[in-house]
Write a protein that binds this ligand. Structure first.
Ligand code: NAP
Length: 287
């Protein structure tokens, strides 16, 4: 790929960013589609966010991704925010449209597309979502907008994100056809009764992520049943203990690797109007 005087820039901002797989994924897609663009990472400290965004606007970038901890704060610097990102309260993708910066959130969309890979239709049954942090918010809103009939948000009542769980449920009940409620994750009996009547259980907490790979986000695993698809958005390790236990019971399972791929593919489409060539990128970076 040759850098020319016309080469457009796309990038990732936030901190830390050096570990990200996004440069590999997007640069490979630009190369495969012969697009004159390049994707870089810029470690951006909190205090520099405004300066960075002004610079990106002045440089007429194609667009950029935003990661922790700036997904919420970036919204104050944008000209427009998509309705879904507005409901989620966070932006992970920004498109530059002739100097206007438009914010989107592709995490939930990426997650729902990854469910299609395991053969799960979100409209087919009720959903239990573990967690109410950043990733859980995008999944909850996108799932509700995509036709999940009932959504149980399971979060610790004494946890930091419990108020966000309540906000999400209120927004979903007011703005979509989905019925949402919030259940205390420490109430094992209530959690079990939600899981028993659901067909999808999604772990969007950080419980089970390396290095704490022995941890499971549920105290009682006896309510898992073979009719349940169990999905963990963690991708390190590839198989969390929750997924291992669910497989023993005969549940269909999926990890977070393809959510990562598809949220990137959705951002790529927003910037270029083209479909990311998924298969070669999956084979090269996601196996
Ligand atoms: P976050 O905003 O910090 O949210 C973390 C969530 O986990 C909160 O709801 C928190 O609840 C819950 N939690 C933490 N420790 C817990 C515990 N011991 N018991 C019960 N709940 C607990 O983080 P995030 O950005 O949403 O990320 C969450 C996970 O998703 C991470 O593992 C991250 O790597 C992964 N992720 C994957 C993708 C992907 O593309 N696959 C994308 C984004 C994130 P409390 O309020 O009760 O603490």
């Amino acid at each position: 790929m040759e850098i020319t005087g016309h080469t457009r820039l796309a990038c990732l901002i936030g901190s830390p960013v050096a570990h990200s797989i996004s440069p590999m994924m997007h640069n490979e897609a630009f190369r495969l589609l012969d697009l004159d663009a390049v994707y870089l990472c810029f470690d951006t400290k909190d205090k520099d966010l405004g300066t960075m965004i002004r610079a990106l606007r002045d440089m007429n970038v194609l667009g950029f991704n935003v990661t922790m901890p700036d997904k919420e704060r970036v919204m104050e610097y944008l000209d427009e925010i998509s309705p879904a990102a507005q409901m989620i309260g966070a932006v992970n993708t920004v498109k530059n449209e002739n100097g206007r910066l438009i914010g989107y959130n592709t995490d939930g969309e990426g997650y729902l597309r990854s469910l299609e890979d395991v053969g799960y239709d979100v409209t087919s049954g009720d959903m239990c979502l573990l967690g109410a942090g950043g990733a859980a918010s995008s999944i909850a809103i996108q799932a509700a907008l995509s036709g999940v009939p009932v959504l149980h948000i399971l979060n610790r009542k004494n946890g930091r994100s419990y108020p966000n769980a309540m906000r999400l449920a209120d927004q979903i009940n007011a703005g979509t056809g989905c019925h949402a409620d919030v259940v205390d994750l420490n109430d094992a009996e209530a959690v079990c009764s939600c899981i028993k009547t659901s067909t999808l259980l999604t772990n969007a907490t950080s419980v089970g992520m390396a290095p704490h790979t022995d941890a499971v986000p549920l105290t009682d695993l006896s309510c898992l049943h073979p009719g349940l698809t169990v999905s963990d958005i963690i991708y390190n390790p590839r198989r969390t203990r929750l997924l291992i236990e669910a497989e023993k019971i005969g549940c269909r399972t999926g990890n977070g690797l393809y959510m990562l791929l598809y949220q990137g593919a959705a951002a790529f489409h927003i910037w270029t109007g083209q479909d990311m060539p998924i298969e070669p990128i999956r084979a090269k970076y996601f196996c």
